[in-house]
Write a protein that binds this ligand. Structure first.
Ligand SMILES: *[C@@H]1O[C@H](CO)[C@@H](O)[C@H](O)[C@H]1NC(C)=O
Ligand SMILES: *[C@@H]1O[C@H](CO)[C@@H](O)[C@H](O)[C@H]1NC(C)=O
Length: 230
């Protein structure tokens, strides 16, 4: 029976959750040693303006905008949990081909119908663009899946400063500790944050502007129905 591609990813995420339960290990004993050894380099990621894997930043920004646009397409630009993703095949071309889009609501859509096994094999070709840094559980799933690239906009640090409850483990920490896993993933952070941050800025700040297409109704932002004609 065919699964949608994004549903398959959800399956992998669920699998990673189970694995996470069986692979936790004490780290406190290693902490001291690790920090005695270039701690600053381990947490550095490439500047968000570079052409990593020969994909120009303008192309990546275009795909990040596509992730933001998925909110309006599949939910609303002022949906509270404004987390949205696109999966792109950059091995087909630097410009990339859309594989699927998804938002934080089990709603997902795309042209691909893969079995979980086919999906697993496909991850090594694919790039996951997400408008905010994944929680450590999803970052783990991304690593277990063996995505070729993982590109995010708004960071966990920014989400925390904006009032979001977060588990304070950045994706780079998950990646840094995942080198035994096959299919290394390239992590690209902070792409187009000037356009992703506004989707996460209004929820806990009544003075913050709403995302485009939305307006304040008391403490919340609501969709403004488009008036017919310009
Ligand atoms: C990605 O593109 C490559 C090159 O065109 C192709 O071989 C591969 O099947 C594609 N993968 C997916 C999942 O679309
Ligand atoms: C956000 O920054 C990019 C450059 O990284 C720029 O092209 C884009 O126009 C900016 N977006 C807005 C809404 O200012």
């Amino acid at each position: 029976m065919p699964y949608s591609f994004c549903a398959s990813i959800a399956l992998v995420f669920a699998l990673a959750l189970v694995l996470a339960g069986t692979c936790t290990q004490p780290v406190s004993g290693h902490q001291h040693h690790r920090h005695a050894f270039s701690p600053s380099l381990e947490s550095i990621v490439a500047l968000p303006t570079l052409s990593i894997n020969s994909v120009p930043i303008a192309v990546r920004e275009g795909w990040m905008r596509r992730a933001n646009a998925a909110l309006a397409e599949l939910a609303s630009p002022c949906t509270f949990s404004a987390f949205a993703s696109v999966i792109v095949n950059h091995t087909a071309s630097d410009a990339g081909e859309l594989v699927c889009i998804g938002v934080n609501s089990n709603v997902n859509t795309g042209p691909y119908k893969f079995t979980p096994k086919q999906a697993q094999a496909a991850f090594a070709d694919l790039s996951l663009y997400t408008n905010a840094e994944s929680c450590p559980m999803c970052a783990s799933a991304i690593r277990w899946s063996g995505f070729r690239e993982y590109i995010y906009g708004t960071s966990i640090a920014t989400l925390i400063s904006l009032g979001w409850a977060q588990i304070r483990i950045p994706s780079i920490d998950v990646f840094e500790r995942s080198f035994d896993l096959p299919n290394p993933s390239r992590l690209i952070a902070g792409v187009l944050t000037n356009e992703t941050d506004p989707f996460f800025s209004w929820q806990f700040d009544p003075s913050a502007p709403c995302p485009a297409g939305c307006a304040r109704v008391g403490a919340t932002c609501r969709l403004v129905e488009a008036a017919g004609g310009a």
